[in-house]
Design a protein around this ligand. Structure first.
Ligand code: F6R
Length: 245
């Protein structure tokens, strides 16, 4: 795993945004896999700023978001789709038809998950997957478990995950749906390139376990050790537990 430690979140976000804009320049039809959560917000805003300055063109890009809450309509203020609209899609020139999302409100989640896998394959697979990491080691909504699902599937969220998403639901973890649809581990690991962002001291321990621990379904992010092109973009606080051997 390539590890890059940045002085602070601002420099991290700016640097990654410039890299993504450059790869869009070289390969305009890039397929991006996107995460929500607090971590990538600055990156998305930086991409918006670069776009406003004519330095990032999304006109031929395609996006697939990692996950969505189950039972939540696409225009619900707590939906990840609304989150992405606010933080990225409204700020850049992505054609709406190139934006792909899991529909959390469908009657048949299994069929929806299959539809998503088919759509990713039809787009030629994901070129660059942006990830965050939960303090419990989840990526996407692949929560620690005895076994991990390979493909897009319906997941039951851990209490800690519902708590950390309470901000989207009036600060009340009870209002956060107990289930979500998420890309699976194999879906994520099939991306050609993966950049995982982790910032803040609350992430130091899971970053250490992801990098130095065994590959363990109880630490889903540890499976990234198997991927040949993963970069961890960390701020100093998140990198604090990584000491040289
Ligand atoms: C959300 C996602 C999650 C988050 C993780 C970290 O789409 O994929 O795995 O990346 O929960 O969330 P934050 O960034 O809020 O700490």
């Amino acid at each position: 795993m390539k590890i890059t430690v940045f002085d602070n979140e601002r420099v991290l976000a700016r640097t990654l945004a410039v890299q993504i804009a450059a790869s869009l320049g070289q390969r305009p039809a890039t397929v991006l896999g996107l995460a929500t959560g607090r971590t990538p917000i600055r990156l998305y805003h930086e991409l918006g700023t670069l776009h406003a300055h004519g330095q990032a063109d999304f006109s031929r890009a395609t996006t697939f978001n990692l996950d969505e809450f189950a039972g939540v309509e696409r225009d619900h203020p707590g939906s990840y789709r609304v989150f992405m609209q606010e933080h990225l899609f409204s700020r850049v020139n992505l054609p709406p038809e190139n934006v792909h999302f899991l529909d959390g409100a469908v009657a048949d989640p299994e069929a929806e998950c299959e539809r998503y896998e088919t759509a990713i394959a039809a787009a030629g697979g994901i070129d660059l997957q942006i990830l965050g990491i939960g303090t419990n080691g989840h990526i996407g909504f692949n929560e620690p478990a005895r076994a991990l699902e390979p493909r897009t599937h319906l997941v039951t969220l851990k209490a800690s995950t519902r708590r950390s998403n309470a901000g989207l639901f009036h600060g009340d973890p009870e209002q956060v749906p107990s289930q979500a649809l998420s890309m699976g581990m194999a879906t994520i690991l099939h991306a050609r390139r993966i950049v995982l962002i982790a910032t803040g001291k609350s992430k130091a321990r899971c970053v250490e376990r992801m990098v130095k621990g065994p590959i363990d379904t109880r630490m889903p992010a540890s499976f990234l050790q198997l991927h040949r092109d993963v970069e961890l973009a960390l701020d100093r606080a998140a990198a604090a537990a990584l000491r040289p051997e």
